[in-house]
Design a binder for this molecule. Sequence first.
Ligand code: TYD
Length: 230
Amino acid sequence: MVEATPQNMRGRFITFEGGEGSGKSTQARLLAEKLNSLGVAVKLTREPGGSPAAEVIRHILLSGVAKPLGAEAEAMLFAAARDDHLATTIRPALDRGVWVISDRFADSTRVYQGVLGEVDPRLIRRLERLIVGETWPDLTFVLDIPVEHGLMRANVRRGAAAVDRFEGEDANFHSKLREAYRQLAASEPARCIMIDATQPREKVAEQIWSLVNARLDPATAPMVFEDLAL
Ligand code: TYD
Protein backbone atom coordinates (compact mmCIF):
# COMPACT_ATOMS: atom_id res chain seq x y z
CA MET A 1 0.00 0.00 0.00
CA VAL A 2 1.31 3.45 -0.91
CA GLU A 3 1.37 5.99 1.91
CA ALA A 4 -0.55 9.19 1.25
CA THR A 5 1.77 12.22 1.22
CA PRO A 6 0.85 15.78 0.24
CA GLN A 7 2.72 15.25 -3.07
CA ASN A 8 0.89 12.13 -4.21
CA MET A 9 -2.34 12.73 -2.31
CA ARG A 10 -4.19 14.67 -4.99
CA GLY A 11 -6.32 12.42 -7.15
CA ARG A 12 -6.06 12.40 -10.92
CA PHE A 13 -8.57 13.98 -13.22
CA ILE A 14 -9.48 12.19 -16.46
CA THR A 15 -12.09 13.33 -18.97
CA PHE A 16 -13.75 11.70 -21.96
CA GLU A 17 -14.84 13.66 -25.01
CA GLY A 18 -16.34 12.85 -28.37
CA GLY A 19 -19.39 13.07 -30.56
CA GLU A 20 -22.60 11.06 -30.73
CA GLY A 21 -22.23 7.28 -30.42
CA SER A 22 -18.48 7.42 -29.79
CA GLY A 23 -18.90 5.17 -26.75
CA LYS A 24 -17.26 7.60 -24.34
CA SER A 25 -19.77 7.03 -21.52
CA THR A 26 -19.17 3.27 -21.69
CA GLN A 27 -15.40 3.77 -21.71
CA ALA A 28 -15.56 6.22 -18.80
CA ARG A 29 -17.48 3.61 -16.80
CA LEU A 30 -15.13 0.75 -17.77
CA LEU A 31 -12.09 2.78 -16.71
CA ALA A 32 -13.74 3.74 -13.40
CA GLU A 33 -14.55 0.09 -12.71
CA LYS A 34 -11.02 -1.03 -13.57
CA LEU A 35 -9.40 1.54 -11.30
CA ASN A 36 -11.85 0.73 -8.54
CA SER A 37 -11.11 -2.98 -8.80
CA LEU A 38 -7.45 -2.14 -8.17
CA GLY A 39 -8.27 -0.22 -4.99
CA VAL A 40 -8.19 3.30 -6.42
CA ALA A 41 -11.07 5.42 -5.14
CA VAL A 42 -12.93 6.84 -8.14
CA LYS A 43 -15.70 9.34 -8.64
CA LEU A 44 -17.43 8.85 -11.97
CA THR A 45 -19.27 11.96 -13.03
CA ARG A 46 -20.59 13.78 -16.10
CA GLU A 47 -21.29 17.13 -17.71
CA PRO A 48 -23.50 18.95 -17.97
CA GLY A 49 -24.40 17.89 -14.44
CA GLY A 50 -22.45 16.02 -11.80
CA SER A 51 -23.84 17.97 -8.83
CA PRO A 52 -27.44 18.64 -7.78
CA ALA A 53 -27.47 22.26 -8.98
CA ALA A 54 -25.64 21.44 -12.21
CA GLU A 55 -28.16 18.67 -12.94
CA VAL A 56 -30.92 21.32 -12.85
CA ILE A 57 -29.00 23.39 -15.42
CA ARG A 58 -28.47 20.20 -17.45
CA HIS A 59 -32.21 19.79 -17.69
CA ILE A 60 -32.62 23.38 -18.91
CA LEU A 61 -29.86 23.01 -21.52
CA LEU A 62 -30.76 19.60 -22.93
CA SER A 63 -34.49 20.30 -23.09
CA GLY A 64 -33.65 23.03 -25.62
CA VAL A 65 -35.54 25.81 -23.80
CA ALA A 66 -32.33 27.86 -23.63
CA LYS A 67 -31.63 27.50 -27.36
CA PRO A 68 -33.40 30.75 -28.32
CA LEU A 69 -31.01 32.65 -26.02
CA GLY A 70 -28.17 31.77 -28.39
CA ALA A 71 -24.88 29.90 -28.14
CA GLU A 72 -23.22 32.57 -26.01
CA ALA A 73 -25.84 32.28 -23.28
CA GLU A 74 -25.70 28.50 -23.55
CA ALA A 75 -21.90 28.66 -23.07
CA MET A 76 -22.46 30.67 -19.89
CA LEU A 77 -25.05 28.20 -18.64
CA PHE A 78 -22.67 25.28 -19.26
CA ALA A 79 -20.01 27.29 -17.41
CA ALA A 80 -22.34 27.96 -14.47
CA ALA A 81 -23.09 24.25 -14.23
CA ARG A 82 -19.35 23.48 -14.43
CA ASP A 83 -18.59 25.96 -11.67
CA ASP A 84 -20.89 24.13 -9.26
CA HIS A 85 -19.69 20.72 -10.46
CA LEU A 86 -16.07 21.73 -9.79
CA ALA A 87 -16.82 23.32 -6.43
CA THR A 88 -19.02 20.61 -4.97
CA THR A 89 -17.89 17.40 -6.68
CA ILE A 90 -14.59 17.53 -8.58
CA ARG A 91 -12.23 19.61 -6.42
CA PRO A 92 -13.29 18.09 -3.06
CA ALA A 93 -12.80 14.60 -4.50
CA LEU A 94 -9.36 15.38 -5.97
CA ASP A 95 -8.32 16.95 -2.66
CA ARG A 96 -9.20 13.72 -0.86
CA GLY A 97 -7.06 11.71 -3.27
CA VAL A 98 -10.01 10.39 -5.23
CA TRP A 99 -9.60 9.97 -8.99
CA VAL A 100 -12.27 11.82 -10.93
CA ILE A 101 -13.48 10.58 -14.30
CA SER A 102 -15.84 12.91 -16.10
CA ASP A 103 -17.93 12.11 -19.15
CA ARG A 104 -17.39 15.49 -20.90
CA PHE A 105 -15.87 18.67 -19.46
CA ALA A 106 -14.69 22.11 -20.65
CA ASP A 107 -13.52 20.81 -24.05
CA SER A 108 -17.18 20.22 -24.89
CA THR A 109 -17.85 23.95 -24.48
CA ARG A 110 -14.84 24.78 -26.66
CA VAL A 111 -16.10 22.49 -29.38
CA TYR A 112 -19.91 22.72 -29.23
CA GLN A 113 -20.34 26.38 -28.29
CA GLY A 114 -16.95 27.71 -29.42
CA VAL A 115 -16.43 26.05 -32.78
CA LEU A 116 -19.96 24.93 -33.73
CA GLY A 117 -21.83 27.77 -32.03
CA GLU A 118 -19.25 30.32 -33.19
CA VAL A 119 -18.98 31.89 -29.76
CA ASP A 120 -16.01 34.29 -29.63
CA PRO A 121 -12.95 32.25 -28.53
CA ARG A 122 -12.00 35.09 -26.18
CA LEU A 123 -15.21 34.57 -24.23
CA ILE A 124 -14.59 30.81 -24.12
CA ARG A 125 -11.04 31.38 -22.79
CA ARG A 126 -12.25 33.88 -20.20
CA LEU A 127 -14.87 31.45 -18.97
CA GLU A 128 -12.21 28.74 -18.79
CA ARG A 129 -9.87 30.95 -16.77
CA LEU A 130 -12.66 31.99 -14.44
CA ILE A 131 -14.35 28.64 -13.95
CA VAL A 132 -11.78 25.91 -14.62
CA GLY A 133 -8.73 27.83 -13.37
CA GLU A 134 -6.03 25.32 -12.50
CA THR A 135 -8.36 22.32 -12.51
CA TRP A 136 -7.62 21.07 -16.03
CA PRO A 137 -7.73 17.31 -16.56
CA ASP A 138 -4.46 15.39 -16.32
CA LEU A 139 -5.61 13.37 -19.30
CA THR A 140 -8.40 13.71 -21.86
CA PHE A 141 -9.48 10.92 -24.19
CA VAL A 142 -11.09 12.10 -27.41
CA LEU A 143 -13.05 9.21 -28.90
CA ASP A 144 -13.10 9.55 -32.65
CA ILE A 145 -15.61 7.84 -34.92
CA PRO A 146 -16.87 8.56 -38.47
CA VAL A 147 -20.16 10.50 -38.30
CA GLU A 148 -22.40 7.88 -39.95
CA HIS A 149 -21.04 5.13 -37.74
CA GLY A 150 -21.53 7.21 -34.58
CA LEU A 151 -25.04 8.35 -35.46
CA MET A 152 -26.07 4.78 -36.27
CA ARG A 153 -24.85 3.63 -32.85
CA ALA A 154 -26.57 6.56 -31.13
CA ASN A 155 -29.88 5.80 -32.89
CA VAL A 156 -29.75 2.15 -31.88
CA ARG A 157 -28.99 3.11 -28.27
CA ARG A 158 -31.75 5.74 -28.10
CA GLY A 159 -34.49 3.48 -29.51
CA ALA A 160 -37.83 5.27 -29.44
CA ALA A 161 -36.72 8.07 -27.08
CA ALA A 162 -36.78 11.68 -28.37
CA VAL A 163 -33.54 13.35 -29.49
CA ASP A 164 -32.14 16.06 -27.19
CA ARG A 165 -31.08 19.63 -28.03
CA PHE A 166 -27.75 18.61 -29.62
CA GLU A 167 -28.59 15.14 -30.95
CA GLY A 168 -31.18 16.78 -33.19
CA GLU A 169 -28.57 18.69 -35.23
CA ASP A 170 -27.91 17.57 -38.84
CA ALA A 171 -25.08 15.44 -40.26
CA ASN A 172 -23.13 18.54 -41.29
CA PHE A 173 -23.08 19.64 -37.64
CA HIS A 174 -21.76 16.25 -36.58
CA SER A 175 -18.98 16.20 -39.18
CA LYS A 176 -17.86 19.69 -38.12
CA LEU A 177 -17.95 18.43 -34.56
CA ARG A 178 -15.67 15.54 -35.41
CA GLU A 179 -13.23 17.86 -37.16
CA ALA A 180 -13.23 20.28 -34.21
CA TYR A 181 -12.41 17.45 -31.79
CA ARG A 182 -9.61 16.22 -34.06
CA GLN A 183 -8.13 19.71 -34.12
CA LEU A 184 -8.45 20.04 -30.37
CA ALA A 185 -6.59 16.75 -29.83
CA ALA A 186 -3.85 17.82 -32.25
CA SER A 187 -3.47 21.22 -30.58
CA GLU A 188 -3.02 19.82 -27.05
CA PRO A 189 -1.05 16.58 -27.46
CA ALA A 190 0.31 16.63 -23.89
CA ARG A 191 -3.18 16.36 -22.44
CA CYS A 192 -5.44 14.99 -25.18
CA ILE A 193 -5.21 11.55 -26.76
CA MET A 194 -7.33 10.64 -29.74
CA ILE A 195 -8.66 7.08 -29.74
CA ASP A 196 -10.05 5.19 -32.71
CA ALA A 197 -13.55 4.43 -31.41
CA THR A 198 -14.49 2.17 -34.33
CA GLN A 199 -12.49 -0.62 -32.67
CA PRO A 200 -14.32 -3.19 -30.56
CA ARG A 201 -15.22 -1.93 -27.10
CA GLU A 202 -12.68 -4.20 -25.37
CA LYS A 203 -9.85 -3.02 -27.64
CA VAL A 204 -10.68 0.62 -26.94
CA ALA A 205 -10.76 -0.12 -23.19
CA GLU A 206 -7.37 -1.90 -23.36
CA GLN A 207 -5.81 1.00 -25.20
CA ILE A 208 -7.17 3.50 -22.69
CA TRP A 209 -5.98 1.39 -19.79
CA SER A 210 -2.44 1.13 -21.10
CA LEU A 211 -2.31 4.90 -21.66
CA VAL A 212 -3.60 5.59 -18.14
CA ASN A 213 -0.94 3.25 -16.76
CA ALA A 214 1.81 4.83 -18.77
CA ARG A 215 0.84 8.43 -18.08
CA LEU A 216 -0.64 8.41 -14.60
CA ASP A 217 0.74 5.30 -12.91
CA PRO A 218 -2.32 4.30 -10.85
CA ALA A 219 -0.26 1.70 -8.96
CA THR A 220 1.28 4.56 -6.97
CA ALA A 221 -2.11 6.03 -6.00
CA PRO A 222 -2.57 6.17 -2.25
CA MET A 223 -5.32 4.07 -0.72
CA VAL A 224 -8.28 6.26 0.10
CA PHE A 225 -10.69 4.65 2.49
CA GLU A 226 -14.15 5.70 1.61
CA ASP A 227 -17.09 4.09 -0.01
CA LEU A 228 -17.75 5.79 -3.31
CA ALA A 229 -20.56 4.37 -5.35
CA LEU A 230 -19.95 4.60 -9.08
P1 TYD B 1 -25.60 13.82 -22.99
O1 TYD B 1 -27.00 13.36 -22.89
O2 TYD B 1 -24.81 13.86 -21.74
O3 TYD B 1 -25.01 12.89 -24.07
P2 TYD B 1 -23.60 12.59 -24.66
O4 TYD B 1 -22.56 13.15 -23.74
O5 TYD B 1 -23.59 11.09 -24.72
O6 TYD B 1 -23.57 13.21 -26.00
O7 TYD B 1 -25.62 15.22 -23.71
C1 TYD B 1 -24.83 16.27 -23.43
C2 TYD B 1 -24.95 17.21 -24.60
O8 TYD B 1 -24.54 18.53 -24.21
C3 TYD B 1 -24.09 16.80 -25.77
O9 TYD B 1 -24.83 16.89 -26.97
C4 TYD B 1 -22.99 17.83 -25.79
C5 TYD B 1 -23.59 19.02 -25.13
N1 TYD B 1 -22.62 19.86 -24.40
C6 TYD B 1 -22.32 21.13 -24.87
O10 TYD B 1 -22.85 21.55 -25.90
N2 TYD B 1 -21.45 21.92 -24.18
C7 TYD B 1 -20.86 21.51 -23.02
O11 TYD B 1 -20.05 22.25 -22.40
C8 TYD B 1 -21.19 20.20 -22.52
C9 TYD B 1 -20.57 19.70 -21.26
C10 TYD B 1 -22.07 19.41 -23.25
